[in-house]
Design a protein. Sequence first.
Length: 190
Amino acid sequence: MFTLQINENIILRRPHVDDAPAVFNLFESNRTHLTEWQDSPNKIQTIDDARAFIQRHNQAYETGTGLACLIIYNGEPVGMVYLDKIVSVVCKAEIGYWIAKAYEGQGIVTQSTQGLLAYAFETLKLNRIALKFKHVSNEHENQRSRRVAERLGFTEEGILRQDGMTKGVFMDMVMYSLLAEEWHTMHNNA
């Protein structure tokens, strides 16, 4: 089972079907918070839905197209961070994450994402990681994701018009990326 120790408080590990009740409870107790920017929480209405969600992520891992990890903080699952749309032939992927509202603002997402980026660039030898988040207007966008991207050294590339959807409404996506050479420069000079 894939496990990545981030620090003394944070561990990333692939979810297994036994995690379905915990994953369901995370979605259930954070549904309003999470559905502001994504539809997937509304698809998890039962423990069986959570089990199927985990199985889909594990199938992506088995085919080499994804790596989803539970964020375990002080022994409790509090969210997820994941590589998605891995295309090994061109060494690229997308990264995403979500966390329970009670754990926002503690640096958990930034540290977890940084740990998964290290694995992506150093072990998987990926060259490009994209990070996208929803943008409705300059006043209404996923500001927390913007701050994570900027803290980790991603470069804003632009707006992908109506590239996402939440609650049946098309939304623009802000596209950021980080290249392996940028990652290595930041971390070899640190």
